[in-house]
Structures are given as C-alpha cells and as structure tokens.
Write a protein that binds this ligand. Structure first.
Ligand code: PLP
Length: 392
C-alpha cells in the first residue's frame, strides 16, 4: 500500500481526535458536563428554505433528479451561482467559469492539483487550516508557511515577498479566517496585490491567489471581506455552503476561475482535469437543485454575534487574552503556558475541549469554536475559571 496514505489515515487530525474524545467523555459523564469547543460544525440550523427546496427536489421525476450531472455540474446551477455573484460584486461571470465540487475541501484540492507540479511551492499564511498541507503535499509540491503579522494576524506582505521564489505557483488566503477569525482589510489585500504584480513581472509567470472563502458571509465586525478577484486578477475562489447555510454534511461548493485570470480557459480546463483525476465529478444533484433554488437566501449570523459576546465577556472577566474575531466562529486565545498542547491537555482535566494552535502551524495559542449552543458557553464558566486558577 501507499505508506503516505496509510499514515494520513492512521493519524487523524488533532481536531478530530479531540472531538472523538469529547463524544466518548460525554457518554461517560453526561453531555452537559463536557464543554466541547473543538469542531467547526455550525450550530445555526440550515435555513427552512433549504429543507423546503430539498423536499421539492424529491418530487422531480427520478431520472431528472438522480441522474449524473455534467462533470462540472448542471449549467442551471452554475448560472444561478454566477448571477448571484454578479449581482453582489458587479462582475460578469457565467456558468462556464464555475466548477461544482463536494464542498470547499474538494474545490481547494482541485485548485492545488490544477496548478502545482512536483517540486513547485504553494504558500500558506500561518496559522492555517491544517488540511491545506495535506492537499498541497499530495500534489508533490511543497507547502511553505509564512507567519501572519503577530499583532493583528493580517497578511505579512514583506514576509510573503521574501518567501516567493521562481517555484511559487500560488498563495492561499482565507478571510474570514479559520482559526483566528480575522478579516483581511482591503488595504492589506491591496498591498498583497501590488507586491504580487511586481513578483509576477520579476519571474515572468503568474502567481495565483487561491481565496478560500467558506466563511465569506460570516463577517460581523467593521470590516466586510473584500471580493478578492476585484483586487487581484489572478485569483481563484473556492467556496462552499458548509458554514453560511450550515450544510457541512451535504458536501456542495465550487471553484470559480474568473475569465480575467491569466490563462483562464486553460486553467478552468485544468481544474476540470484535476476534478477528473481525483474523482471529484458530478456534485450531488439534489444539492445542485437546492442551491439553485436557495442561492439568494439570507445568512443568519446573529447567533454567532451573540456567542462571540457571551464568550468574550466571560473571558474578559476571567482575564484571558484573545484576538477579537471579525468573522467565522472561532476565538483565538493565548495559552497560559508556552506549550499549547500541554495547555489543551490541562483544559481537558476541566472537561474543556479546546484545540492547541500547533495543529494550525504556530505555538502558544488555542482555538475555541464558538459555533455551539449558548448554554455550552454559559455552563463552561467554572471550567475556564478553574483552568485560569491552575496558572495563578
Ligand atoms: N477551508 C476552511 C478554512 C475550513 O475551515 C473548512 C472547514 O472547516 C474548509 C475549507 C472545508 O470546508 P468544506 O466543508 O466545505 O469542505
């Protein structure tokens, strides 16, 4: 067998491991006694319109509903998505610019596979979603980590400039961000764009941005996420409805290859080719039908706004340090000792499940997923207080 694949399967991610521990612990001592902040599983129910559209879809003739779609997805669904983007961002995309996938995971993997050859480099901004490394390395490319700015976790453009080489094919940006909750400012992205244009000129080859945007609508700070292709033409967008419509189990998302990107037609076909090579073809048709019907549904961020306030008020009172999130549903909290893994283990002794930052490529912090019920936050107060007292 392929040893690398064996290793990936045998060693689950630290996040999944903590989640599994939480399930076992809940069975032992009761769910109400475990404060599980490990996973990014949305706690807001999917909009009612989704269930209604799925029910309507089941009324369609079976041959229409259950048959294969074209590999890149039904034209009607891709056109609905293009129209929605055009209305919101003043663009002129068409169905032919979109490739439907099973979630953002498959979209990202298809982009990495479409762009990278063995020996190439793809840059990620640390802290970052851990699966990026798995997908990048699976193409034979090298995953290069560049830390974000220590004070505000915005992109460190001078550090990115220094990290770019002739082998750099792409940089991944993720705003609103998992795990920090940062939204990159427009100015920050403009600086990135100016720098990248200079570097493209220097190397005489495109350097693409891969904009990973599953949290796009979950932004509730002062800064709204910029539409990245409007600031930098060589941007591929990866999206899913896993977080915005709370549909992570349904596996539906897309890659957008804007026509203004360098070599756009060939690149779109390379994304199709990557989808083919990886077996990511013909996204689920019930979901294609549902998304086409519900594309303009509003996204409900209110529960996350409330949870953010509940949690940050509580941690303020207890004296924890954290980065105020502008979006997504994660709080990035300073560990109370340099070893974040040891801190996360100590938290477990109080039945608090929080993920050590080492999983995201940096030390010294933990991630609290606050996409949980309000009662989980309220009831965790004593546990956070006891954890703080351990370090008094
Ligand atoms: N990118 C980021 C930053 C994520 O946090 C996640 C999931 O948590 C994904 C991509 C994958 O999302 P999907 O469920 O759409 O595959």
């Amino acid at each position: 067998m392929n040893e690398k694949m064996y290793e990936l399967g045998a060693a689950p991610s630290a996040i999944r491991e903590l989640f599994a521990y939480g399930l076992a612990r809940k069975a032992e001592i009761g769910a109400e006694n475990v404060f599980d902040f490990s996973l990014g599983n949305p706690s807001v129910p999917a909009p009612d319109a989704i269930a209604q559209a799925m029910a309507r879809a089941t009324e369609l003739p079976p041959m229409q509903l259950h048959s294969y779609s074209p590999a890149q997805g039904h034209p009607f669904c891709r056109a609905a998505i293009a129209n929605n983007l055009n209305r919101r961002f003043g663009t002129a995309y068409s169905a032919d610019d979109l490739y439907l996938t099973m979630g953002a995971a498959a979209a990202l993997d298809a982009c990495f596979t479409a762009l990278a050859n063995p020996g190439d480099e793809i840059i990620v901004n640390a802290p970052y979603f851990p699966e990026y490394r798995v997908w990048i390395e699976n193409t034979g490319a090298t995953c290069i980590e560049v830390p974000t700015r220590p004070a505000d976790f915005q992109l460190d453009v001078p550090a990115l400039r220094a990290a770019i080489t002739a082998k750099t094919r792409a940089i991944v940006v993720n705003s609103p961000n998992n795990p920090v909750g940062t939204v990159y400012t427009r100015q920050n992205l403009e600086e990135l764009s100016t720098m990248l244009r200079e570097k493209q000129e220097e190397f005489g080859a495109p350097i693409y941005l891969i904009s990973d945007e599953p949290y796009r609508e979950l932004a509730y700070g002062d800064e709204q996420p910029s539409w990245v292709p409007a600031l930098y033409e060589n941007t591929l967008v990866c999206y899913s409805w896993s977080k915005s419509f709370s549909l992570p189990g349904e596996r539906i998302g897309y890659v957008l290859v804007p026509p203004a990107a360098a070599d756009a037609r060939r690149l779109y076909l390379a994304v199709c080719g990557a989808g083919r090579a990886l077996g990511y073809v013909c996204a689920p048709t019930v979901l294609q039908q549902t998304i086409a019907d519900c594309i303009d549904e509003p996204v409900n961020v209110e529960p996350y706004v409330r949870n953010r306030k509940l949690l940050t008020d509580m941690l303020d009172e207890l004296g924890y340090e954290y980065i105020e999130p502008a979006g997504a549903f994660y709080l990035w909290v300073k560990a109370l000792e340099p070893d974040a893994k040891a801190f996360s283990e100590k938290a477990k002794t109080h039945e608090l499940l929080i993920v050590a930052s080492d999983s995201f490529g940096v030390g010294g912090w933990v991630r609290i997923s606050y996409c949980v019920g309000e009662d989980v936050i309220r009831n965790s107060r004593d546990a956070f207080a006891a954890l703080k007292a351990d370090y008094a």
